[in-house]
Design a protein around this ligand. Sequence first.
Ligand code: 5GP
Ligand code: MG
Length: 218
Amino acid sequence: MATGRPCIVISDEEQGYDLDLFCIPKHYVNDLERVYIPHGLILDRTERLAREIMCDMGGHHIVALCVLKGGYKFFADLLDYIKALNRNSDRSIPMTVDFIRLKSYCNDQSTGEIKVIGGDDLSTLTGKNVLIVEDIIDTGKTMKTLLQLLKRYNPKMVKVASLLVKRTPRSVGYRPDFVGFEVPDKFVVGYALDYNEYFRDLNHICVISESGKEKYKA
Ligand code: 5GP
Ligand code: MG
């Protein structure tokens, strides 16, 4: 399933940027290798995704469903851009929000088992146009499971926006409708993406160092 629109493809050779070129919280400087996607670039790309979402889902009430916790920054910024479009154009879409919490990772490995561990009653999605907002698609198993789960509640339409998609041989072939960046098969953190709950309090998307993995190991 290919997305209709291109995304920013970060090549396997991309080295990112030296940490010293950006502002990094002091408590993380030894735990990261490189800045991979600077915060400003994330926002600029998100602004464009907002436009594409409005174009494809325009005219209908949208329920924006945030996949917690990793999706919360992307969700908040994406909705801010959609709200700006709603304020400033002739056409606008009413939007409501919902949250779901899923967990599949321990350390930097998928456990293969996806747990829904909180969130609203999904029956509120029946008959609605749902926009799922996720941080990253790795194998795609989490999203496939979530889509199966949502089907039971008969939403009218479901689209998925993911900030990142990983190029990985472990992929089940799932591709979301809206993608910010395609990234190499590395474990990334920051902008709400975590490693055992750490690094959510970091603006840029970065590659974690071996010592960082060791330090915050579960
Ligand atoms: P999947 O089921 O697609 O393999 O994994 C999806 C979930 O695993 C994502 O929503 C995210 O929470 C987590 N995940 C996968 N890859 C990464 C990564 O590189 N960094 C972080 N922080 N989380 C990841
Ligand atoms: Mg996630």
